[in-house]
Design a protein around this ligand. Structure first.
Ligand code: ADP
Ligand code: MG
Length: 638
């Protein structure tokens, strides 16, 4: 072995932080280190086979693609060897010295130091290789990239503290060998039975064989072995099943096997909520295994975060994160799709315009929506958990996926005036509770549940006991702009346009309103003169019972929530004026009607500003409002 250029380099700050936290918070889960290392070996073999599609000289038969696991209980080491793609020196530094995932610093900032909470977070982050340091005091990596010469191999070594060393070595075959020098107290892992059962438990259905020395090797009688020139050739045997899980018939797969396979492909340590495994034959020929995770990943809203399914073509791994098979709003789905229709040299670019991919995408989308629909019907509690984690992403659905709009809409959950703040009412449930004469689905958008509940617009609905959807998520108004109707009924924003309760109001009420309107004409004219350009219209309200006045947005004008989002994003917001509605039965309005000019002017402005405030808007000139109000307050004491 020749050595050269030994260098000691420091870990990236994030790695140091993560290593430290991980060793403590994942301790109770420490055996997963083996799954992580075998997963990496399996990924490396996948990549080798893929590369060999275009570089035939790399391929030397499927028999050579394997993982070998050995141990030495005396030296207290475990050695894992693969014949995969290997790494160059630069790749070793990049992959084992830094964390390339974007958003890592934010992620780490969210860790609390509380073991239980952190282990959940770290589980979603996926620590992979570094989990070796939970059980090892020193880790060595010897690796040679496929296609490079024996002298270009690299030796990496670290004790998982501040730094690692790296030097050039000679290595006979391609691939990677990882040597774990176990901590004294982790001796139990350097044990034949223990390792075999871990391989069975966690890595039974990866695509490649994991080999260990035959059980009787080394335990043979010493007398026989000592025979002169007899060379003991170690014999290995495969200890896992080594057939890719998705290729097996459903009936042969146990729940736990599905769960372990999920962890192998997802970098998530938590069990998935549910999954769907399907074989499609006929015009298209493919197998899919799709999982719904239990927890949203920390980078769900990071636009650059990788997403998509693992793509195989005729069982050969082609790529991770093939994003063409599902729409963006289902980006949290993990899984595998294995196609017999695509060509082995398909690329991301080719996927984009492929007819077969398009058909698979729409079938897979339906499949996911069906799985979710089934969960919502059969297990509402589990669905509530799903909604808590992924509801916001699902709300992107109606805008993105026109075809499945109704299906997605059925999956949405909202808070309503009857849900006590919980976001758990489906549109079907809402419709089931509608008044017999109610034609529309009423909703209000607000900054919070409370603000929505207390909005003046809610008054008439409370009085008439009509349920209203209370939408208080930032993106809800945007969502509603893409959901015009559901089940043949249209949605109505109760803060927009003229309120027409249709059949809910009886004839007598309507006549009374018309009468009142006539009587209020002079008052309305007077208010218009005072407010002038500030309003689009002044009119009598049908919606207020307790408040003196409120603001209404025109039917086609942008609502307040949307306005705020656009302003925050620095987008130009179209200038639109509100409609000012007054409640003639309110004592303040009765007084207003009798006030002389100067007082009338002041009161009108106060009512107008208050209507803005009650609707959750900011005042353009808050100081004037305060001035006017204080003037009135002072009069109280005179
Ligand atoms: P992940 O598997 O999620 O990418 P890991 O921490 O498990 O993260 O591994 C980091 C990277 O190190 C891998 O993406 C891969 O590039 C490289 N790597 C790890 N183990 C091996 C191996 N046995 N052979 C080749 N590359 C490896
Ligand atoms: Mg990994």
């Amino acid at each position: 072995m020749t050595t050269a250029q030994k260098e000691t380099l420091g870990f990236q700050a994030e790695v140091k932080q993560l290593l430290h936290l991980m060793i403590h918070s994942l301790y109770s889960n420490k055996e997963i280190f083996l799954r992580e290392l075998i997963s990496n070996a399996s990924d490396a073999l996948d990549k080798l086979r893929f590369q060999a599609l275009s570089q035939e000289e790399l391929y030397d038969g499927d028999e050579s693609l394997k993982i070998r696991l050995e141990f030495d209980s005396e030296a207290n080491t475990i050695t894992l060897n693969d014949t995969g793609i290997g790494m160059t020196r630069d790749e070793v530094i990049e992959n084992l010295g830094t964390i390339a995932k974007s958003g890592t610093s934010e992620f780490l900032a969210n860790l609390t130091g509380d073991q239980q909470k952190d282990s959940k977070l770290i589980g979603q982050f996926g620590v992979g290789f570094y989990s070796a340091f939970i059980v090892a005091e020193k880790v060595e990596v010897l690796t040679r990239k496929a296609g490079t010469s024996a002298t270009e191999a690299v030796h990496w070594e670290s004790s998982g503290e501040g730094d690692f060393s790296i030097e050039s070595i000679e290595k006979a075959g391609r691939g990677t060998t990882i040597i774990l020098h176990l901590k004294g107290e982790e001796k139990e892992f350097a044990n034949n039975w223990r390792l075999r059962s871990l391989v069975k438990k966690y890595s039974d259905h990866i695509s490649f064989p994991v080999e260990m020395l035959k059980e009787d090797m080394g335990t043979a009688d010493d007398e026989e072995k000592k025979e002169e020139d007899e060379v003991v050739v170690p014999e290995f045997e495969t200890v896992n099943d080594a057939t890719a899980l998705w290729t097996l018939p459903k009936a042969d797969i146990k729940e736990d096997e599905y769960k372990e396979f999920y962890k192998h492909i997802s970098h998530d340590f938590t069990d998935p909520l549910t999954w769907a495994h399907n074989r499609v034959e006929g015009k298209l020929d493919y197998t899919s295994l799709l999982y719904v995770p239990a927890k949203a990943p920390f980078d769900l809203y990071n636009r650059e975060a990788p997403r998509g399914l693992k793509l195989y073509v005729q069982r050969v791994f082609i790529m991770d994160d093939a994003e063409q098979f599902l729409p963006l709003y289902l980006r949290f789905i993990k899984g595998v799709v294995d196609s017999n229709d695509l060509s082995l040299n398909v690329s991301r670019e080719l996927l984009q315009n492929d007819k077969a991919v398009e058909s698979m995408r729409s079938a897979l989308t339906k499949r996911v929506l069906d799985v979710l629909t089934k969960m919502a019907d059969k297990d509402p509690e589990q669905y509530a958990n799903f909604w808590k984690e992924f509801g916001r992403v699902m709300k992107e659905g109606p805008a993105e996926d026109f075809t499945n709009r109704e299906k997605v809409a059925k999956l949405l959950r909202f808070a309503t005036t009857r849900s006590e703040g919980k976001e758990d009412v489906s549109l079907d449930v809402y419709i089931g509770r509608m008044k017999p004469s109610q034609e529309k689905l009423y909703f209000i958008t607000a900054d919070s549940y409370e603000a929505g509940m207390h909005s003046p617009h809610m008054e008439i609905f409370r009085k008439k006991e009509i349920e209203v959807l209370v939408l208080h998520d930032r993106i809800d108004e945007w969502l509603m702009s893409h959901l015009n109707e559901f089940d043949g009924k249209s949605f109505q924003d109760i803060a927009k346009g003229a309120l027409d309760l249709g059949e809910i109001e009886d004839k007598e009420e309507k006549e009374k309103q018309e009468q009142a309107s006539k009587e209020a004409e002079p008052l309305i004219k007077r208010i218009k003169e005072v407010l002038g350009e500030e309003v689009q219209e002044v009119r009598l309200t049908h919606r207020l019972t307790d408040s003196p006045a409120c603001l209404v947005v025109g039917d086609y004008d942008m609502g307040m929530q949307m306005r705020k989002i656009m302003e925050a994003a620095g987008q130009p917001v179209p200038d639109s004026k509100p409609i000012f509605e007054i409640n003639p039965e309110h004592p303040l309005v009765e007084r207003l009607n009798k006030a002389e000019d100067q007082r009338f002017d002041e009161l009108t402005h106060i009512l107008f500003d208050q209507a803005k405030l009650a609707g959750g808007e900011d005042l353009k000139d808050p100081a004037s409002y305060v001035g006017r109000l204080n003037k009135l307050l002072l009069e109280l004491f005179n």
